[in-house]
Design a binder for this molecule. Structure first.
Ligand code: IPM
Ligand code: MG
Length: 360
């Protein structure tokens, strides 16, 4: 049966980078026999403008009916001061929650050609290959109560709640151990168990789950130390398992080790294997519409979509190889540009990846 893919371009640079993934998909459908049907929908600020809410019912219904969703990015200054419940980011959080996308996989892999673009010395990051497994539908992002209230003395107080139940910790820990089993077999669970009870429980449950994985080596690390270790000696990590908020922060940090946040894809998976795929970077409104955004994180997200939700492993590998090849050929978007390389725009980079796929 033809599988459906829902494309949500979103805001800012979202439409430009997603357009490159659509070109690659068109090539795979027309020339490589990939059997998928593509639909489009609105999420984020563009949905607020068109439908009055960041996640319209119609988008959610289409997403539920799809094998996978490919998302650009959401948000921008235009929607920063509107009512909180209508902000684009709320749409993103809502679709993650409604689709049950609790497991967020964020690989931080250094393409050898980009070692010079890393903010760290080449020897510290060479061959870097870390997988961050971020819990995505719980923790302080979703905990209640939350809000901004006025205290008796008249001043306002902002509050959020960090909550994790045993079952939420257990299921994400299992994902991390399973992923580690296919890699180097090491999990570093990152928490703040010395201060936060929710993560004290996190540490306990992760240790219990580890008993069922005797071949996996488990280490625990406090998040402040993990941030330091990631810039001191990042190659010590294989799989990093962590909470929603810590994963958000550490994955941005890890992206710079690999040269640019414009290079890192992500997969957000539900227990049935369906998923949403998106670059980890934001909508970058400051460079939107200029044809300078790096589409490679989106193309690598498409590769993850093919690998995890469609189980088209060969095509997924080919996209990764094509990206690697255009980098070897010296093509660079502005964010990863260095002396002697050819600076290309968003569209030209997308075309180059298709050409590399065609002439492999
Ligand atoms: C991410 C983003 C989102 C998050 C924002 C846009 C809500 O930063 O996917 O990392 O915090 O999860
Ligand atoms: Mg983030």
């Amino acid at each position: 049966m033809t599988k459906k893919i829902l494309i949500l371009p979103g805001d800012g640079i979202g439409p430009e980078i997603v357009a490159q993934a659509e070109k690659v998909l068109a090539y795979l459908i027309n020339e490589r026999g990939l059997d998928v049907a593509i639909e489009h929908g609105l999420l984020g600020g563009c949905a607020v403008d068109a439908a009055g809410v960041p996640l319209p019912d119609d988008t959610l219904a289409k997403a539920k009916d799809s094998a996978a969703v490919l998302l650009g990015a959401v948000g921008g200054p235009k929607w920063e001061s509107i009512e909180r419940a209508l902000r684009p980011e709320r749409g993103l959080l809502a679709i993650r929650a409604h689709l049950g996308l609790f497991a967020n996989l964020r690989p931080a892999v250094l393409f050898p050609e980009l070692a010079a673009a890393s903010s760290l010395k080449a020897e510290v990051v060479s061959n870097l290959d870390i997988m961050i497994v971020r819990e995505l539908t719980g923790g302080i992002y979703f905990g209640e109560p939350r809000g901004i209230r006025t205290l008796d003395d008249g001043q306002r107080q902002g509050f959020n709640t960090l909550v994790y139940s045993e079952s939420e910790i257990e299921r994400i820990a299992r994902i991390a151990f399973d992923v580690a089993g296919k890699r180097q077999g090491r999990v570093c669970s990152v928490d703040k168990a010395n201060v936060l009870e929710a993560t004290e429980l996190w540490r306990e449950v992760v240790s219990d789950v580890a008993k069922g994985y005797p071949d996996i080596e488990l280490q625990h690390m406090y998040v402040d130390n993990a941030a330091m270790q990631l810039v001191r000696a990042p190659k010590q990590f294989d799989v990093i398992l962590t909470t929603n908020l810590f994963g958000d922060i550490l994955s941005d940090l890890a992206s710079m080790l690999t040269g640019s946040i414009g290079m890192l894809p992500s997969a957000s998976l539900a227990s049935d294997g369906s998923g949403m795929y998106e670059p980890i970077h934001g909508s970058a409104p400051d460079i939107a519409g200029q044809d300078i955004a790096n589409p490679l994180a989106t193309l690598l997200s498409l590769s993850m979509l093919l690998r995890y939700s469609l189980v088209e492993v060969k095509l997924a590998d080919e996209i990764e190889q094509a990206v690697s090849r255009v980098l070897k050929e010296g093509l660079r978007t502005k964010d990863i540009h260095s002396a002697g390389m050819k600076c290309v725009g968003t569209n030209e980079m997308g075309d180059a990846v298709i050409k590399a796929l065609q002439t492999k």
